[in-house]
Structure formats: structure tokens, C-alpha cells
Write a protein that binds this ligand. Structure first.
Ligand code: IMP
Ligand code: MG
Length: 180
């Protein structure tokens, strides 16, 4: 059981900075999909729910929204490395243009697994955008096509991202600092 009184949260990226960056990302995404008449935006549950909802509101092209859920860290701050699909997409993606939306690329195992799984279904085009990237932690050979912010090796929460299911509702991103 996690004791949520044993840590504090140090602000790292403000709500204003996030909103400004999402506007830029949406412009870039619309440019990259300029040949598409419609795209499917696929959020990785649960961490991307806030990001995807703000991102699609800034996108100036017709979108469908779908979700996929993978197994998470549980209550740990360490990656389990083994990725399982808990909830699959509702719709077909064959021949479609898709945008995968991830909260954080950390070791990269989750994104690697999801990219391989979805590529096998033969979308016409597949792009990945991630709000946060911790490149120093990478274990799997995978990159996002578009990254909001590169961050150092710190465990972060807020803006959809949790620690043991808490703090997803913070409007900003902060680093967890354990009190000893
Ligand atoms: P990866 O498979 O190690 O790249 O981790 C992917 C998932 O782990 C992310 O989509 C997040 O849900 C979660 N995760 C990674 N880093 C953090 C963090 O700093 N805080 C909270 N969750 C994280
Ligand atoms: Mg995630």
C-alpha cells in the first residue's frame, strides 16, 4: 500500500506551457497528415486521457477517437517490461491513417509493443506523438515522431499521469519527491 503522505510534488511543466506546446504539436500533426481526409487518434489508456482530449480540440482535421489499454506499472515506479493488452481498439485500422497518443515514453517497451501490434494491422500511415520523453531511460529501440517535452529521469505525475492511481487530476506536471 502506497502512503501518499510520504512524498511531495515539485512543479515541472505548467498548465500554460503544456497548452502552448499542444498547440504547436497540433499544427505539426495537421501538416504531417495534410494528405489525409480523416485520421484515427488512438489514446493509450489511461495516462493519455487528458493529453488526447486537449490535443484533438486543437486539431484542424476530421478525427475519430479510439483507445487501447496496456498493463501498467501497478503501484511501482519501475517498468515491468512485460506488456499486455487489457483493452483493444474498437475499430479497424487497416488502410487508415492513425496517430498513436502516448503520455510518456520511458523504457519504450509499451510503445514498442503497441507500434508492432498496430503496424501488423496494416494502417496506411502511422505516427506517434508523446507528451513526454525520458530518452535516458530507453531500453527498447523505439522513438515517437513528435515529442512535447524531453524530461530528465524523474518519476512524474499530473495531467493524466498517476502514481499508484493518484494525481492524474493535477492540471500541471510535477516530479515526485520522496520524503525520508
Ligand atoms: P515504458 O513502457 O517504460 O516506456 O513506460 C510506459 C508507461 O509507463 C507510460 O505510458 C506511463 O503510463 C508509465 N510511466 C512511465 N514513466 C512514468 C512516470 O514518470 N510517471 C508515471 N507513469 C510513468
Ligand atoms: Mg501510459
Amino acid at each position: 500500500m502506497i502512503d501518499h503522505t510520504k512524498y511531495t510534488i515539485e512543479p515541472m511543466i505548467s498548465a500554460k506551457e503544456i497548452a502552448a506546446r499542444i498547440e504547436q504539436m497540433a499544427t505539426s500533426i495537421a501538416e504531417q497528415f495534410s494528405q489525409s481526409d480523416q485520421i484515427i487518434v488512438i489514446g493509450l489508456l489511461r495516462g493519455s486521457f487528458m493529453f488526447i482530449s486537449d490535443l484533438v480540440r486543437e486539431l484542424s482535421l476530421p478525427v475519430e477517437v479510439d483507445f487501447i489499454e496496456t498493463s501498467s506499472y501497478g503501484d511501482s515506479t519501475e517498468s515491468s517490461r512485460e506488456v499486455r493488452i487489457l483493452k483493444d481498439l474498437r475499430g479497424e485500422i487497416e488502410g487508415r491513417d492513425i496517430l498513436i497518443v502516448e503520455d510518456i515514453v520511458d523504457t519504450g517497451h509499451t510503445l514498442n509493443h503497441v507500434k508492432q501490434l498496430l503496424a501488423a494491422r496494416k494502417p496506411r500511415r502511422m505516427l506517434v506523438c508523446a507528451l513526454l520523453d525520458k530518452p535516458s531511460r530507453r531500453e527498447a529501440d523505439v522513438t515517437a515522431d513528435l515529442v512535447g517535452f524531453e524530461i530528465p529521469d524523474k518519476f512524474v505525475v499530473g495531467y493524466g499521469i498517476d502514481y499508484a492511481q493518484r494525481n492524474r487530476n493535477l492540471p500541471y506536471i510535477g516530479a515526485v519527491k520522496f520524503i525520508d
